[in-house]
Write a protein that binds this ligand. Sequence first.
Ligand code: CAA
Length: 387
Amino acid sequence: MRIGIDQIGFYTPNKYVDMVDLAHARGEDPNKFLIGIGQRQMSVADKTQDAVSMGINATLRYLDQIDKDKVGLLIFGTESSVDQSKSASLFVKSALHLRPEVRTFEVKEACFGLTAALMTARDFVRVHPDQTAIVIGSDIARYGVKTPGEVTQGAGSISLLVKSEPRILSLNDGHSAYSEDINDFWRPNDSAVAKVDGKYSTQVYLDFFKKTFDAYKEQKDWSTRDFSALIYHLPFTKQGLKANRLAIEDQDDVTKDRLSETFEASKQLSMRVGNIYTASLYMSLLSLLENYDLEPNSLIGLFSYGSGAMAEFFSGNVVDGYKEWINPKGDAALLDDRQRLTVEEYEKVFTEALEPVANNREFTSDERQGVWYFAGVKNDIRQYRQV
Ligand code: CAA
């Protein structure tokens, strides 16, 4: 039985900052951000969008096309959690009217969270082939105004439907994992922004990629040229480019050209959205599917990295006819319809979103009709509403 990704829903908030504007404001050469970091724009979440609302909005992109009664598992991966106890997935389950019998919880291991959820869902569907699973990654990457990490912020969510006989990507058995207790990037409970040892984090990412990619190829007895595409967790696209260069440096020209072209396709969404932590690898997958024509059964290698640090390499095969089940026009519209903020406006929105939310204060949203948002706290309980 094949098990894998049957639907992909994407959401990013309706505001962004252009990297050229940011570079000018920070006294940097724009090419540092555009080429050196590899980012063009970054989505900005105002105080009315959080991990929960973005996760609802991503899932709503495909919810009307699935049988809700078959959903037996809902897992929410995030490092932008809104509560220390209650799972973000319960707010989502309620907004989407999923049945009470669904098993639902939240997972955390930095940007690895959605991969952990996906692998759990794969195993769940193997045991319950008549049921499906929704797994969501949803995050706001915040390093702070005028920090080196500022250019690598972003906000958004990806939601995946996992089922038997999937229509987009069939996941292969096996994986190679590697973990170490290190301090490259973390966010203490009392901090709204991440702490990061930036240069160190970029080195560890590459080191973990090499380890897991080599171990995976050995386990499967495959070589780099067997892959039609390699995709990566993209904290910023230059990081993935460096990993891809490592992957192809000793390959023949045909393999080099193919894996360079597919990497270009996979980074298009990330260049305009920024880092969305848990969902970032899966936004690369969506971008590849939308911007490249893959033959049926093409082998895709996926590298997942979560700081702290936990990495995993795994693979899947593209299903014939996959293009029917994605929505590039809808995704492009989400990006094109965003409001371009000046750097001053972005700083204000950013700062406001970090302020403690007073009890019994209601927020309104400037999102388009149908979008869910965080409407404030009433009697200490978070409220979510639809525009
Ligand atoms: N034209 C072209 N390129 C230029 C340039 C110019 N005018 N000026 C500088 N550059 C290049 C530099 O040469 C450098 O390229 P290389 O990396 O190829 O050497 C690149 O631009 C960046 O320059 P710096 O190294 O000087 O940048 P920086 O010190 O300001 O910070 C950073 C870069 C460390 C990535 C920082 O943005 C950061 O801390 N980001 C957050 C951490 C992060 O994303 N880490 C990734 C791995 S961890 C992970 O993956 C989990 C996660 O999601 C966070």
